[in-house]
Design a protein around this ligand. Structure first.
Ligand code: NAD
Length: 470
């Protein structure tokens, strides 16, 4: 049911600062009335999402295909089922998450009891991006609702089919007085960012992350920034090569054509092992995408002509280093799985996040030399290592700083809801997923309970010599 408390909102067509302000006013009224706070409201909205997933799977898959030619099974595995999992987990665990957490007290406060109470923040903004446009919109929204907030979602204009579908579905399935979608690009996002929010969760580039954080700072609004970076995969030689090759493919070319924030950006291996690894990748790629991968229906396309042009430029600069692939089709926005060997560190492909199907392989004499290469770059969102060497695993975990880390596989840590998902330094701040989503959209209020018993005069003036002796 819609509770229209700010009727002027519906009358205004253009989404400018004024309309954004009316929208926040409407949502804040709903929040202040306590509408979103109860367990029952949160459950009803999560059930609305569950129903939407049940009834609209086909439409969601089609929108993802329109935006990215995302294969249906890939869309199911990497987006649809993840959202479904998050929603079920929230429904199952919410009561437990909402319970105040008892903590120990100290002798100073004796007798007393203490607890941490999770309270909703208020009206929050989620700005999402185009590469997993359904997942990266719905997952934070599930967290915001679970924690009892009113929420505005701004999906990415670069995935217009999913953006429009989200706007329609959330309108039909959820409480519009507290949950809204605003579609649009820079002007609309700018108008939203001018408002006072109680938290902003932004997913996208570090460049725009800085714009978001600067806007949030004006109101001291806390932010979660889910950014990207160059995620390395260090590949040692004592591995199951076939499995490793397949898992690297799974975290690069079969992962939205490498257009993923935790996609393997580049590989580091030894000079000696590189030819074997390239052979294995070539064989497994052929099994996945056939002899002419650019025609494969099992690989997503590049999202836009602008992204295609950017990737083509990265590749042109190192075209003499191509050892596999390199074919491009501008008309259908496809680039074949491409490996470039030992490109210089100054090349653009080693300087910026690739976000596409180009994979540089950098060779070193000793596998431990990979550490200094990784450390010479900003901290990545994910770091991968393939090895059976326990000491190397230990050293990697202890010495490489990254948002998340995965040993002997790629990307799957994102689907482990017990692990917080987020970056560090240039790859972001804050984290979400599972209970971490609930926590991220809650204020953890410290509450100490005292009785009138055992009041001691020691803490009050006058501070007499007798008291000092005690
Ligand atoms: P982007 O920053 O250009 O766009 C993301 C959002 O910001 C969109 O909703 C867009 O409308 C908005 N936006 C763009 N320009 C803006 C401006 N000037 N002012 C206000 N809002 C603006 O990001 P992108 O290119 O779509 O995404 C690619 C980046 O996102 C990569 O770096 C990738 O690693 C990162 N990413 C991170 C995650 C994660 O979960 N950490 C997930 C996916 C992508």
């Amino acid at each position: 049911a819609t509770l229209s408390v700010v009727p002027e909102l519906e009358e205004k067509q253009v989404f400018d600062g004024e309309k954004a302000s009316l929208l926040v006013k409407e949502l804040r009224k709903s929040f202040d009335l306590g509408r979103t706070k109860s367990y029952e409201w949160r459950v009803s909205q999560l059930e609305g999402i569950a129903k939407m997933l049940e009834e609209k799977e086909k439409e969601i898959t089609e929108a993802l295909y329109k935006d990215l030619s995302k294969p249906a099974l890939e869309a199911f595995i990497s987006e649809f089922s993840q959202v479904k999992g998050s929603c079920s987990e929230a429904l199952q665990e919410l009561k437990q998450w909402m319970k105040p957490e008892k903590v120990n007290t100290s002798i100073t406060t004796y007798p007393s009891s203490a607890e941490i109470v999770s309270e909703p923040l208020g009206v929050v903004l989620v700005i999402s991006t185009w590469n997993f446009p359904f997942l990266l919109s719905m997952d934070p929204v599930i967290g915001a609702i679970s924690a009892g907030n009113a929420v505005v979602l701004k999906p990415s204009e670069i995935a217009p089919a999913t953006s429009s579908l989200l706007a329609n579905l959330l309108k039909d399935y959820l409480d519009n007085s507290a949950i809204r979608v605003v579609e649009g690009a820079v002007p609309e996002t700018t108008a939203l960012l001018e408002q006072k929010w109680d938290k902003i969760l932004y997913t996208g580039s570090a460049r725009v992350g800085r714009i978001v954080m600067a806007a949030a700072a004006k109101n001291l609004t806390p932010v979660v920034l889910e950014l990207g970076g160059k995620c390395p995969a260090v590949v040692d030689s004592d591995i199951n090569l076939q499995v490793a090759a397949r898992r690297i493919i799974g975290g690069k070319w079969a992962c939205n054509s490498g257009q993923a924030c935790i996609s393997v950006d580049y590989i580091i291996t030894t000079k000696e092992f590189a030819p074997k690894l390239i052979n294995a990748l070539q064989e497994e790629l052929e099994l996945c995408f056939g002899k002419d991968p650019i025609e494969s229906k099992d690989m997503s396309r590049i999202v836009s002509p602008a992204q295609f042009a950017r990737l083509a430029k990265l590749l042109d600069e190192v075209s003499d280093k191509i050892v596999l692939g390199g074919q491009k089709n501008e008309k259908n926005l496809k680039i074949a799985p491409t490996i470039v060997l030992d490109v210089p560190q100054e090349a653009m492909v080693m300087q910026e996040e690739i976000f596409g199907p180009i994979m540089p392989i950098i060779t070193v004499d000793n596998i431990k030399d990979s550490f200094s290469i990784i450390k010479s770059k900003p901290k990545p969102l994910a770091a991968y290592l393939f090895t059976n060497n326990e000491q190397l695993k230990k050293d990697y975990v202890e010495n490489i700083s990254s948002g998340g880390m995965l040993i002997n596989d790629t990307v799957l840590h994102v689907a482990t809801s017990g692990l917080p998902f987020g970056g560090v330094e240039e790859s972001g701040m804050g984290a979400y997923h599972g209970k971490f989503s609930f926590d991220t959209f809650s204020h953890k209020k410290s509450v100490l309970y005292r009785s009138f018993e055992a009041d001691t005069s020691l803490r009050y003036p006058p501070y007499t010599p007798q008291k000092e002796k005690l």
